[in-house]
Design a protein around this ligand. Sequence first.
Ligand SMILES: *Cc1c(COP(=O)(O)O)cnc(C)c1O
Length: 399
Amino acid sequence: MSTPKIKFDLQIKYGSEYGEEEEKAVLQVLRQGAPTSGEACIEFEREFAAYCGVAHARAVSNGTAALFLSLVALNVKPGDRVLTTPLTWIATAAAGATLGAEVDFVDVDPETFNLNPSELESKITPNTKAILPVHLYGQCCEMDAILAIAQRHGVAVVEDACHAVGADYHGRKAGSMGATGCFSFHEQKNISTLGEGGMVTTNDPAIFERVALYRSHCTRVYGRSTKYCSLDEDRVPMGKRFWWQDFDDCGYNFRMTDVQGAVGIVQLRKLDQLNQRRIDNAAYITAGLEGVPGLTLPKVQPGCKHVFHLYPILIDPVAYGSSKEDFIHVMLYEKGIRVGTHYTPLHYMTAFRNRGFRKGQFPVAERLTERLVTLPINPRQPREALDYLVESIRSLRRG
Ligand SMILES: *Cc1c(COP(=O)(O)O)cnc(C)c1O
């Protein structure tokens, strides 16, 4: 069966959009030799930190690296325990797992689909080192409750803000509330740096230093004219040479390139506008789908700015007259609209079944995933595309 061709951009792929400003930024850096992390990345970091209202930001190669480096900076190691939600992209849970830590999940809130603070405390043990709440679909978790529990137990909070760049929680920006905030600029995210990219934000200078070191092989340059001029002369066999490179530890290369950084600066300046178009499109879809029996539409929590990375709906198979699977199939093959299934709970995946997880452990996430689909939403959708989307969903209701 082939999918019908439609003239609208109703695919999830490519969340963001580029224009002449990005083209110019690419060419300018290209003509300067297109270096790795240099002036453009440093400027991007400065502007990103200011936007989020944090002291520090470091650009990295992707969101996965941002999460991983955050846990490295917190010294997460085998024997430690980290907690996250089962409803997320695997990168959130993989960060702890690849460091040899024990990863466990906390069930979600049935209305927001975010990590449920009332399920959190009973999951914390003396070995628990970090909690990774995910601001799913672009709406912040209940951070006040999560931060209070974390503080009571001396556990760090690493915000997975990969869906939520520009989102607000009671006047605070996503990524500014935890020990670190982690962002992705992958092609599908709300802003992008040429397909891949990421950022770590923090207010803690010690965490920032570790993120900065481990991002780039833990190297420090010592010399008479640098600010790292702290070594004894006998450790600096410089002779006539001016500097000496040392390595504090073995680290990684998770740097961003300057071409990406330059595009990031332009994208960041457009972020609020791009998010506003998502918010407007979401409101339009909500108005169009309100009252359709069997559909549960997303609710924006009081005090939150939801930036609608995705638009989740729940389908009641009886009241709507179609299972989630049938809906996905018919939408694709009859309407040419690819809806998403973000996410199937991580404890169903082989990687976590092999770590001892079983169906039945996280009943709210499990019940939700039987009904949960995500609608394509991006800032380029014209009204006709949204009308077509809404009409398609309305017309498929059987009752
Ligand atoms: C995209 C994403 C990541 C990982 O980001 P990459 O840039 O693809 O490595 C992590 N967590 C969530 C929730 C994401 O959506």
